[in-house]
Ligand binder design. Structure first.
Ligand code: KG4
Ligand code: ZN
Length: 334
């Protein structure tokens, strides 16, 4: 008997639905929310309202694209956390309602674990155990992945996430939200060694990005006093320098973790893994450190339901189902 799963992701500002049949992702539809651009960041209440508008058409299209009917579904999966409570609630309520109507089980998926498991959508798939640097808008973690469902965070940020460091720097440069992709684009034309920013020292395998943010702010304030057009005249170099600082901070601990663990299979995941500088730097490390590196396809880096679907597939195989009284959890540890 085949296993067909409808998966829903609504933890932040993207409404996404995917269908996975026997471990193969057949469709992955994403509706991005443009409404937040005017506010320079995600407005939780507006995100929830947009999820409500988007969820039915997105699920509908995901089923149609996969050529699967509701009646053929074996289970419904949704992101249970971590994320914005109101946003999560939409996917959770919709998923539970549909599962009840179809009389099929529900599977609750951890958003950060799903970013890691995005590596099992396509080949090459990493062997266990491997290390995954999961870098998103809200999290920065080095994860020891022992099995599909067994993961341990061995290092994480003590303040801002890497994506936040990108977005907040971009904001200071006057770029629209989310700034990460724009910094990436402009950095390609800039000199990464043009300016130097703070690289905080944190014990063990943990990270900190708030000092970098402050050092960018003070640097800009100083330069703008001397030249009010400093940012416009140096935008590409600023982007390249901030990006290379973030990448250097991220990779230093990843190298340390790989050495400590004696692991050579190393992956990156999450929104920031779409960054071309990080992807290139990891490829270079593969040669230098003799690592096998795993970099997700772009569509599976940022938030998507494909990763929720593949996680749910392995949870289904393990019999990991949830009951109807489950609710969203804004904070949820791995
Ligand atoms: O994983 P994700 O889509 O959502 C969360 O779970 O947070 O990550 C979003 C983050 C944002 O901070 C965004 O600026 C960043 O990923 N991001 C990038 C790039 N694409 C997305 N950062 C740098 N370069 C990119 N190309
Ligand atoms: Zn995410």
């Amino acid at each position: 008997m085949s296993i067909s799963i409808l998966a829903i992701e609504s933890s932040c500002d993207d409404t996404s639905a995917a269908i996975c049949k026997d471990g193969v992702v057949l469709s992955n539809l994403i509706a991005n929310q443009e409404v937040h651009k005017a506010y320079g960041g995600v407005v939780p209440e507006l995100a929830s309202r947009d999820h409500e508008k988007n969820i039915v058409p997105v699920v509908d299209q995901a089923l149609k694209k996969a050529n699967i009917s509701q009646e053929e579904l074996s289970a419904i999966a949704f992101t249970v956390g971590p994320g914005l409570l109101g946003s999560l609630l939409v996917g959770c309520t919709f998923g539970k309602g549909l599962a009840l109507a179809l009389d099929i089980p529900i599977i609750t998926v951890h958003h950060m674990k799903a970013h890691v498991l995005a590596h099992f959508i396509d080949d090459p798939k990493p062997p266990f155990p491997f290390l995954c640097l999961t870098v998103s808008g809200g999290h920065t973690q080095i994860v020891l992945v022992e099995d599909y469902l067994k993961m341990k965070v061995i290092g994480q940020t003590i303040d801002d996430a890497a994506g936040e460091a990108f977005d907040k720097s971009a904001k200071m440069f006057g770029l629209p939200y989310p700034g990460g992709p724009m910094v990436d684009k402009l950095a390609k034309e800039g000199n990464p060694k043009a300016f130097e920013f703070a690289k905080p020292r944190v014990p063990n395998l943990d990270y900190s990005f708030s000092g970098l943010k402050t050092s960018v702010l003070y640097f800009l304030q100083k330069q703008e006093k001397l030249n009010p057009n400093f940012i416009q005249e140096n935008l590409n170099d600023l982007c390249a320098s901030v990006q290379s600082t973030i990448i250097a901070i991220l990779l230093k601990n990843l190298i340390k973790a790989a050495k400590q663990m004696g692991i050579r299979d190393v992956a990156i995941a999450g929104g920031v893994s779409a960054n071309s500088g990080l992807r290139n730097a990891l490829q270079e490390l593969a040669v230098k450190q003799k690592w096998n590196v795993y970099i997700p396809q772009f569509q599976y880096c940022t938030d998507n339901a494909g990763m929720i679907a593949i996680s749910a597939y392995y949870q289904y195989l393990a019999g990991d189902f949830a009951s109807q009284d489950v609710g969203p959890q804004a904070r949820l540890r791995i």
